[in-house]
Write a protein that binds this ligand. Sequence first.
Ligand code: SAM
Ligand code: SF4
Length: 324
Amino acid sequence: MIDGYGRTIDYIRISVTDRCNLRCVYCMPEEGVGPVAHEDILTYDEILRLAEIFAALGVRKVKLTGGEPLVRKNIEALVAGLRKIPGIREVTLTTNGVGLEEKMEALAAAGIGGINLSLDTLDPDVFEKITRKKAFDEVMRGFHAALAYPQIPLKINCVPMGLPGQDVTEVARLAKEYPVHVRFIEMMPIGLGSKFDFQSEDFILRLLAARYGEYQPYEKRLGNGPGHYYSFPDFRGKVGFISAISHKFCDSCNRVRLTSQGYLKTCLQYDIGTDLRKLLRENADDEILQRAVAEAISKKPKSHQFTENVGEHREMHTMSQIGG
Ligand code: SAM
Ligand code: SF4
């Protein structure tokens, strides 16, 4: 599907829940976000129906997100269902790693095509400060459980916050010791993220070079998204950056988002899109759904304006409600 600015949209992030078992300070308030009633959340059958519509319009890759996708029961059944849809070539998942150890076997059997594990620090105390939960050991068990499936690519996502003790060079060490890529994601001023400063790619690269030596840009593409990567001497994986602020990548944006309540969001920063749950529950046929999706995508904004004051249509939800 081509949007109004000539970009091919072939990737969708599907949020399966607003709920989460962690409370990352830049993503969710301590008390959580007002619980959404179960009936307001799309059922798996509804998600699969919409996925068929997206696939018919050219979506090829799906990333399951949340909230925390592993808190939704039987997530592996959704993975397996998505894998059966003609046109969908890849189904991946982003998780905080809580419960991953127990789920890994079922996810692998369902055909998961990759796991992104969010991990901002390797220090258990700093982990607790960031996530407000004591779950570091459990997350690391999830990391090792995922490593046991070398055919399923594993990436680590880290949001540098400049918090004392959050040694990002330690997180990067995972790419030295294990066959994983570590990506640093610039803090985005969405929801609670706007309370924190971001640490730029250039700053992090200087820290990494001081510890690990000179790096080389890695020219080949890795993954579906806007990350770009560097090779460090003797590292098994690459170190990547998703730098929405300092290296804006909207010109090559290939994605849209479906919230857990069935709203198709066409840009991370804005609330612009269309309510597909409403159409689904009014028994809209495939043609009506396809038209609604195509029309929303044709109006996808040209770019975010995180560094400007956008006023109208600015996204007011937290990242846990959007899915990252
Ligand atoms: N709970 C899952 C997880 O943590 O991977 C999936 C949802 S979470 C919202 C997806 C990603 O968004 C995580 O890697 C998280 O670090 C990132 N994220 C949340 N708020 C952010 C912000 N304000 N700026 C940049 N990334 C953010
Ligand atoms: Fe939960 Fe992920 Fe948000 Fe952390 S980043 S609070 S793990 S949804």
